[in-house]
Design a binder for this molecule. Structure first.
Ligand SMILES: Nc1ncnc2c1ncn2[C@@H]1O[C@H](COP(=O)(O)OP(=O)(O)OP(=O)(O)O)[C@@H](O)[C@H]1O
Ligand SMILES: [Mg+2]
Length: 141
């Protein structure tokens, strides 16, 4: 991995995660990785969006959804990369630094297993995924 990270190119928005990343690099004696930094920027935008949304009251959220006054906030990010590329490492940083108390981390396979188990229980009901979504929303958030 090359050391091509230029802090001047990092915007203010990426500072929180970037700082945590730099500390982790030092702690574990890792090398800076430009691709990881690029993903960090996207993760920071997501973190900012989630943090902002968490502060908005339910009434405001409902009104916004109804009148669609604002652009929909970012709610997720799909990261793809080769085995051992450092995805989990970034995820660890993101989760640790996310300043939301009501947060939960779950492995994709476990999540899907849970959804399938719930689908089986619900059987032939209409829109089972909506029902599951509402239930998970209550449990997870
Ligand atoms: N910038 C880095 N420099 C050196 N080592 C790193 C760096 N980033 C991550 N690593 C280390 O590389 C190893 C693999 O990272 P990680 O487990 O995050 O990869 P992954 O993409 O999640 O892999 P998998 O696809 O198997 O889930 C870990 O030991 C991790 O701590
Ligand atoms: Mg992983």
């Amino acid at each position: 991995m090359t050391n091509t990270l230029n802090p001047l190119k990092i915007t203010n928005q990426t500072m929180t995660l970037f700082t945590a990343y730099r500390s982790a690099l030092e702690e574990f004696d890792y090398q800076e990785d430009p691709l990881q930094v690029e993903i960090l920027g996207k993760l920071q935008i997501l973190a900012d969006s989630l943090t902002k949304t968490a502060k908005v009251s339910l009434v405001k959220k409902a009104l916004r959804a109804l009148y669609q006054t604002k652009k929909r906030p970012k709610k997720g990010l799909y990261i793809w990369g080769e085995v051992g590329r450092g995805k989990t490492f970034l995820m660890d940083l993101f989760y640790e630094e996310l300043s939301i108390t009501r947060k939960k981390r779950q492995h994709f396979h476990r999540f899907m297993h849970d959804v399938h188990a719930r689908l089986k229980i619900l059987g032939n009901t209409s829109d089972p995924l909506i029902t599951i979504l509402m239930t998970l929303r209550k449990i997870l958030i």
